[in-house]
Design a protein around this ligand. Structure first.
Ligand SMILES: NC(=O)c1ccc[n+]([C@@H]2O[C@H](COP(=O)([O-])OP(=O)(O)OC[C@H]3O[C@@H](n4cnc5c(N)ncnc54)[C@H](OP(=O)(O)O)[C@@H]3O)[C@@H](O)[C@H]2O)c1
Length: 312
Protein backbone atom coordinates (compact mmCIF):
# COMPACT_ATOMS: atom_id res chain seq x y z
CA UNK A 1 0.00 0.00 0.00
CA UNK A 2 1.49 3.37 -0.98
CA UNK A 3 1.29 6.20 1.54
CA UNK A 4 1.27 9.92 0.71
CA UNK A 5 4.64 11.44 1.67
CA UNK A 6 4.53 13.77 4.66
CA UNK A 7 4.59 17.39 3.49
CA UNK A 8 7.90 19.16 4.12
CA UNK A 9 7.93 21.25 7.31
CA UNK A 10 9.70 24.58 6.90
CA UNK A 11 10.55 26.87 9.81
CA UNK A 12 10.97 30.56 8.94
CA UNK A 13 12.98 32.96 11.11
CA UNK A 14 12.39 36.64 10.34
CA UNK A 15 8.96 35.76 8.89
CA UNK A 16 7.49 39.21 9.67
CA UNK A 17 10.18 41.23 7.85
CA UNK A 18 10.42 42.51 4.28
CA UNK A 19 11.81 39.33 2.77
CA UNK A 20 10.31 36.91 5.31
CA UNK A 21 6.76 38.14 4.68
CA UNK A 22 7.17 37.61 0.95
CA UNK A 23 8.68 34.16 1.50
CA UNK A 24 5.75 33.18 3.74
CA UNK A 25 3.28 34.39 1.06
CA UNK A 26 5.00 32.33 -1.62
CA UNK A 27 5.50 29.17 0.46
CA UNK A 28 1.85 29.36 1.58
CA UNK A 29 0.90 28.51 -2.04
CA UNK A 30 2.70 25.14 -1.83
CA UNK A 31 1.80 21.81 -0.26
CA UNK A 32 3.97 22.10 2.88
CA UNK A 33 3.78 22.92 6.57
CA UNK A 34 4.96 26.40 7.50
CA UNK A 35 6.07 27.36 10.98
CA UNK A 36 6.76 31.08 11.33
CA UNK A 37 8.80 32.13 14.36
CA UNK A 38 7.65 35.35 16.04
CA UNK A 39 9.52 37.16 18.77
CA UNK A 40 6.45 38.93 20.13
CA UNK A 41 3.00 37.39 20.61
CA UNK A 42 1.24 40.62 19.58
CA UNK A 43 3.01 40.78 16.18
CA UNK A 44 0.63 40.49 13.20
CA UNK A 45 0.98 37.39 11.08
CA UNK A 46 2.49 37.86 7.62
CA UNK A 47 -0.08 35.37 6.26
CA UNK A 48 -3.11 34.15 8.19
CA UNK A 49 -3.48 30.71 9.73
CA UNK A 50 -4.60 28.39 6.95
CA UNK A 51 -4.86 24.68 6.23
CA UNK A 52 -4.50 24.56 2.48
CA UNK A 53 -2.50 24.37 0.26
CA UNK A 54 0.10 24.97 3.02
CA UNK A 55 -0.69 24.44 6.67
CA UNK A 56 0.48 27.74 8.25
CA UNK A 57 1.13 28.22 11.96
CA UNK A 58 3.28 30.34 14.29
CA UNK A 59 5.26 29.97 17.50
CA UNK A 60 6.48 32.76 19.76
CA UNK A 61 10.13 32.29 20.65
CA UNK A 62 12.65 34.21 22.72
CA UNK A 63 15.36 34.45 20.06
CA UNK A 64 18.07 34.78 22.70
CA UNK A 65 17.26 31.29 24.06
CA UNK A 66 18.95 28.42 22.22
CA UNK A 67 16.65 25.93 23.98
CA UNK A 68 13.47 27.75 22.86
CA UNK A 69 14.81 27.92 19.31
CA UNK A 70 15.62 24.19 19.40
CA UNK A 71 12.08 23.35 20.54
CA UNK A 72 10.61 25.57 17.82
CA UNK A 73 12.66 23.72 15.18
CA UNK A 74 11.76 20.15 16.23
CA UNK A 75 10.18 18.29 13.28
CA UNK A 76 11.33 20.85 10.71
CA UNK A 77 13.02 19.58 7.54
CA UNK A 78 14.38 22.97 6.55
CA UNK A 79 15.00 26.36 8.12
CA UNK A 80 15.05 29.78 6.50
CA UNK A 81 17.53 31.80 8.54
CA UNK A 82 17.13 35.59 8.59
CA UNK A 83 17.38 38.20 11.32
CA UNK A 84 17.15 41.94 10.77
CA UNK A 85 20.64 43.48 10.87
CA UNK A 86 21.55 44.28 14.45
CA UNK A 87 24.69 44.10 16.60
CA UNK A 88 23.51 40.76 18.12
CA UNK A 89 23.01 39.16 14.73
CA UNK A 90 26.02 36.82 14.82
CA UNK A 91 25.10 35.56 18.27
CA UNK A 92 21.42 34.95 17.43
CA UNK A 93 22.00 33.35 14.03
CA UNK A 94 24.88 31.08 15.13
CA UNK A 95 22.78 29.99 18.09
CA UNK A 96 19.90 29.26 15.69
CA UNK A 97 22.23 27.09 13.57
CA UNK A 98 23.29 25.07 16.64
CA UNK A 99 19.65 24.77 17.74
CA UNK A 100 18.60 23.59 14.26
CA UNK A 101 21.32 20.90 14.22
CA UNK A 102 20.27 19.66 17.68
CA UNK A 103 16.62 19.60 16.59
CA UNK A 104 17.43 17.43 13.55
CA UNK A 105 16.82 20.05 10.83
CA UNK A 106 18.49 18.85 7.61
CA UNK A 107 18.77 22.03 5.52
CA UNK A 108 19.30 25.74 6.15
CA UNK A 109 18.87 28.51 3.59
CA UNK A 110 20.43 31.68 4.98
CA UNK A 111 19.85 35.23 3.82
CA UNK A 112 23.38 36.62 3.70
CA UNK A 113 25.11 39.55 2.01
CA UNK A 114 27.57 40.02 -0.88
CA UNK A 115 31.30 39.35 -0.50
CA UNK A 116 32.99 42.72 -0.08
CA UNK A 117 36.36 43.19 -1.77
CA UNK A 118 38.95 45.66 -0.36
CA UNK A 119 39.40 48.62 -0.26
CA UNK A 120 35.72 48.72 0.69
CA UNK A 121 34.57 47.29 4.01
CA UNK A 122 31.08 46.76 5.37
CA UNK A 123 30.78 45.71 9.01
CA UNK A 124 27.41 43.98 8.54
CA UNK A 125 28.96 41.84 5.77
CA UNK A 126 31.64 40.65 8.23
CA UNK A 127 28.82 39.52 10.53
CA UNK A 128 27.35 37.50 7.66
CA UNK A 129 30.78 35.93 6.90
CA UNK A 130 31.05 34.77 10.55
CA UNK A 131 27.57 33.20 10.39
CA UNK A 132 28.36 31.56 7.03
CA UNK A 133 31.49 30.00 8.59
CA UNK A 134 29.37 28.49 11.40
CA UNK A 135 26.96 27.13 8.80
CA UNK A 136 29.77 25.59 6.72
CA UNK A 137 31.09 23.85 9.84
CA UNK A 138 27.64 22.57 10.90
CA UNK A 139 27.57 19.51 8.65
CA UNK A 140 24.05 20.48 7.47
CA UNK A 141 22.90 20.97 3.88
CA UNK A 142 22.92 24.72 3.29
CA UNK A 143 22.92 27.59 0.88
CA UNK A 144 23.75 31.25 1.58
CA UNK A 145 21.90 33.79 -0.56
CA UNK A 146 24.01 36.90 -1.15
CA UNK A 147 21.77 39.56 -2.69
CA UNK A 148 22.61 43.20 -3.37
CA UNK A 149 20.27 45.91 -2.04
CA UNK A 150 16.55 45.20 -2.00
CA UNK A 151 14.42 47.50 -4.18
CA UNK A 152 12.10 47.53 -1.16
CA UNK A 153 14.73 49.56 0.78
CA UNK A 154 13.44 52.56 -1.15
CA UNK A 155 10.12 52.22 0.68
CA UNK A 156 12.03 52.94 3.91
CA UNK A 157 13.56 56.12 2.45
CA UNK A 158 10.51 57.93 1.13
CA UNK A 159 10.46 60.72 3.75
CA UNK A 160 12.95 63.11 2.11
CA UNK A 161 11.46 62.33 -1.31
CA UNK A 162 7.84 62.99 -0.36
CA UNK A 163 8.56 65.97 1.93
CA UNK A 164 11.49 67.71 0.24
CA UNK A 165 11.77 66.19 -3.25
CA UNK A 166 15.28 65.04 -2.33
CA UNK A 167 17.31 61.84 -2.29
CA UNK A 168 20.19 62.16 0.17
CA UNK A 169 23.30 60.01 -0.07
CA UNK A 170 27.08 59.90 -0.40
CA UNK A 171 27.53 57.58 -3.40
CA UNK A 172 28.24 60.35 -5.93
CA UNK A 173 27.36 59.07 -9.40
CA UNK A 174 28.22 55.43 -8.57
CA UNK A 175 25.51 53.02 -9.70
CA UNK A 176 24.06 50.56 -7.19
CA UNK A 177 22.48 47.25 -7.99
CA UNK A 178 18.92 46.56 -6.79
CA UNK A 179 16.98 43.33 -6.63
CA UNK A 180 13.28 42.90 -5.87
CA UNK A 181 13.05 40.83 -2.70
CA UNK A 182 10.16 38.86 -4.25
CA UNK A 183 12.73 37.39 -6.65
CA UNK A 184 15.02 36.48 -3.74
CA UNK A 185 12.06 34.89 -1.90
CA UNK A 186 11.26 32.77 -4.96
CA UNK A 187 14.83 31.46 -5.07
CA UNK A 188 14.72 30.74 -1.32
CA UNK A 189 11.37 28.92 -1.63
CA UNK A 190 12.74 26.75 -4.42
CA UNK A 191 15.77 25.75 -2.34
CA UNK A 192 13.68 25.07 0.76
CA UNK A 193 11.12 22.92 -1.08
CA UNK A 194 13.51 20.98 -3.30
CA UNK A 195 14.06 17.24 -2.80
CA UNK A 196 17.69 17.82 -3.74
CA UNK A 197 20.32 19.35 -1.47
CA UNK A 198 21.45 22.81 -2.69
CA UNK A 199 24.03 22.41 -5.44
CA UNK A 200 26.05 25.42 -4.34
CA UNK A 201 26.99 26.66 -0.83
CA UNK A 202 26.37 30.29 -1.87
CA UNK A 203 24.52 32.20 -4.57
CA UNK A 204 25.29 35.79 -5.48
CA UNK A 205 21.98 37.38 -6.48
CA UNK A 206 21.86 40.64 -8.41
CA UNK A 207 19.13 42.65 -10.03
CA UNK A 208 18.87 43.43 -13.75
CA UNK A 209 20.51 46.88 -13.68
CA UNK A 210 22.68 49.20 -11.62
CA UNK A 211 21.32 52.70 -11.07
CA UNK A 212 22.87 55.84 -9.57
CA UNK A 213 20.98 58.03 -7.08
CA UNK A 214 20.77 60.75 -9.75
CA UNK A 215 19.09 58.30 -12.13
CA UNK A 216 16.79 57.13 -9.33
CA UNK A 217 15.72 60.77 -8.79
CA UNK A 218 14.85 61.04 -12.51
CA UNK A 219 12.96 57.75 -12.52
CA UNK A 220 10.93 58.59 -9.41
CA UNK A 221 10.14 62.03 -10.86
CA UNK A 222 8.92 60.39 -14.09
CA UNK A 223 6.61 58.07 -12.15
CA UNK A 224 5.16 60.70 -9.77
CA UNK A 225 5.28 63.75 -12.06
CA UNK A 226 6.93 65.75 -9.23
CA UNK A 227 10.54 66.98 -9.24
CA UNK A 228 13.11 64.94 -7.31
CA UNK A 229 16.80 65.83 -7.01
CA UNK A 230 19.80 64.03 -5.59
CA UNK A 231 21.88 65.82 -2.94
CA UNK A 232 25.30 64.26 -2.65
CA UNK A 233 26.96 64.71 0.75
CA UNK A 234 30.41 63.75 1.94
CA UNK A 235 30.51 60.49 3.92
CA UNK A 236 31.01 62.47 7.15
CA UNK A 237 28.08 64.84 6.43
CA UNK A 238 25.88 61.92 5.47
CA UNK A 239 26.69 60.08 8.70
CA UNK A 240 26.05 63.22 10.77
CA UNK A 241 22.71 63.85 9.07
CA UNK A 242 21.56 60.26 9.64
CA UNK A 243 22.45 60.34 13.32
CA UNK A 244 21.43 63.87 14.26
CA UNK A 245 18.46 64.56 11.96
CA UNK A 246 17.09 61.14 11.02
CA UNK A 247 17.88 59.78 14.53
CA UNK A 248 19.27 56.54 13.09
CA UNK A 249 21.38 54.41 15.52
CA UNK A 250 25.11 54.94 15.00
CA UNK A 251 25.84 51.38 13.79
CA UNK A 252 23.05 51.66 11.19
CA UNK A 253 24.20 55.12 10.04
CA UNK A 254 27.71 53.66 9.61
CA UNK A 255 26.20 50.78 7.61
CA UNK A 256 24.28 53.09 5.26
CA UNK A 257 27.37 55.24 4.62
CA UNK A 258 29.58 52.15 4.15
CA UNK A 259 27.17 50.85 1.50
CA UNK A 260 27.42 54.15 -0.42
CA UNK A 261 31.24 54.02 -0.16
CA UNK A 262 31.15 50.42 -1.37
CA UNK A 263 29.32 51.44 -4.54
CA UNK A 264 31.97 54.11 -5.17
CA UNK A 265 34.96 51.78 -4.67
CA UNK A 266 33.64 48.47 -6.01
CA UNK A 267 31.30 48.64 -9.02
CA UNK A 268 28.14 46.63 -8.46
CA UNK A 269 27.54 44.37 -11.43
CA UNK A 270 24.20 43.51 -12.98
CA UNK A 271 24.10 39.79 -13.78
CA UNK A 272 21.73 37.10 -14.97
CA UNK A 273 21.44 35.22 -11.69
CA UNK A 274 17.66 35.48 -11.43
CA UNK A 275 17.12 34.38 -15.03
CA UNK A 276 19.50 31.46 -14.52
CA UNK A 277 17.88 30.34 -11.28
CA UNK A 278 14.22 31.02 -12.05
CA UNK A 279 14.14 30.80 -15.81
CA UNK A 280 12.44 34.17 -16.16
CA UNK A 281 13.42 37.83 -16.19
CA UNK A 282 13.96 39.56 -12.83
CA UNK A 283 11.58 42.34 -11.86
CA UNK A 284 12.85 45.77 -12.93
CA UNK A 285 13.15 48.99 -10.93
CA UNK A 286 10.67 50.74 -13.24
CA UNK A 287 8.07 48.03 -12.60
CA UNK A 288 8.74 48.37 -8.87
CA UNK A 289 8.39 52.18 -8.90
CA UNK A 290 5.13 52.08 -10.87
CA UNK A 291 3.73 49.46 -8.50
CA UNK A 292 4.65 51.56 -5.45
CA UNK A 293 4.01 54.97 -7.01
CA UNK A 294 1.75 56.11 -4.15
CA UNK A 295 4.58 55.76 -1.62
CA UNK A 296 6.71 58.28 -3.55
CA UNK A 297 4.04 60.91 -4.23
CA UNK A 298 4.87 64.33 -2.75
CA UNK A 299 3.09 65.64 0.29
CA UNK A 300 0.65 68.34 -0.95
CA UNK A 301 3.17 71.16 -0.72
CA UNK A 302 6.88 70.44 -0.34
CA UNK A 303 8.18 71.66 3.01
CA UNK A 304 10.90 74.30 2.62
CA UNK A 305 14.15 72.49 1.87
CA UNK A 306 16.51 72.81 4.81
CA UNK A 307 19.85 74.46 4.21
CA UNK A 308 21.50 71.13 5.05
CA UNK A 309 19.99 69.35 2.07
CA UNK A 310 20.93 71.95 -0.53
CA UNK A 311 24.57 71.99 0.43
CA UNK A 312 27.01 69.40 -0.88
N1 LIG B 1 17.91 45.17 2.78
C1 LIG B 1 18.87 44.87 1.95
O1 LIG B 1 19.12 45.56 0.97
C2 LIG B 1 19.73 43.64 2.21
C3 LIG B 1 20.64 43.22 1.25
C4 LIG B 1 21.43 42.08 1.53
C5 LIG B 1 21.26 41.41 2.74
N2 LIG B 1 20.34 41.86 3.64
C6 LIG B 1 20.18 41.15 4.91
O2 LIG B 1 18.80 40.83 5.06
C7 LIG B 1 18.46 40.83 6.44
C8 LIG B 1 17.29 41.76 6.66
O3 LIG B 1 16.19 41.31 5.90
P1 LIG B 1 14.83 42.15 5.91
O4 LIG B 1 15.10 43.50 5.32
O5 LIG B 1 13.76 41.32 5.33
O6 LIG B 1 14.62 42.36 7.48
P2 LIG B 1 13.55 43.25 8.23
O7 LIG B 1 12.47 43.69 7.31
O8 LIG B 1 14.28 44.26 9.03
O9 LIG B 1 12.90 42.16 9.23
C9 LIG B 1 13.70 41.54 10.20
C10 LIG B 1 13.04 40.27 10.66
O10 LIG B 1 13.89 39.65 11.65
C11 LIG B 1 13.15 39.56 12.88
N3 LIG B 1 14.07 39.68 14.03
C12 LIG B 1 14.23 38.76 14.99
N4 LIG B 1 15.12 39.14 15.88
C13 LIG B 1 15.55 40.36 15.51
C14 LIG B 1 16.47 41.28 16.06
N5 LIG B 1 17.15 41.05 17.19
N6 LIG B 1 16.66 42.46 15.42
C15 LIG B 1 16.00 42.74 14.28
N7 LIG B 1 15.09 41.87 13.70
C16 LIG B 1 14.88 40.70 14.33
C17 LIG B 1 12.13 40.68 12.81
O11 LIG B 1 11.10 40.45 13.74
P3 LIG B 1 10.08 41.63 14.20
O12 LIG B 1 9.07 41.73 13.08
O13 LIG B 1 9.53 41.15 15.46
O14 LIG B 1 10.89 42.89 14.32
C18 LIG B 1 11.70 40.54 11.34
O15 LIG B 1 10.86 39.42 11.16
C19 LIG B 1 19.70 41.29 7.19
O16 LIG B 1 20.38 40.17 7.66
C20 LIG B 1 20.49 42.02 6.13
O17 LIG B 1 21.87 42.07 6.40
C21 LIG B 1 19.58 42.95 3.40
Amino acid sequence: MSSTPRPRLIAVLGCTGTLGTELMRQLAQHHCILRGLLRQSQRSYPVPYQDRPARVGYVVVDHSSEEQLRRAFVGADALFLLIGSNPNQVQIETQAIRAARLAGVRRIVKLSAPIIAPPASVEVATWHRAIEAELAASGLEYCCLRPYAFMQNWLRSTYTITHFGRIIGSAGSAPKNYIDCRDIAEIAAKLLLSDQAPASPALSITGPESISYGEMAERIARVTGAPVRYNNLSAAEHYRMLVTQAKVPQWLARHIVELDELAVHVPEPATNTVAELLNRHPRTMDEFLHEHRAAFMPTRIFAPVRRFFVQG
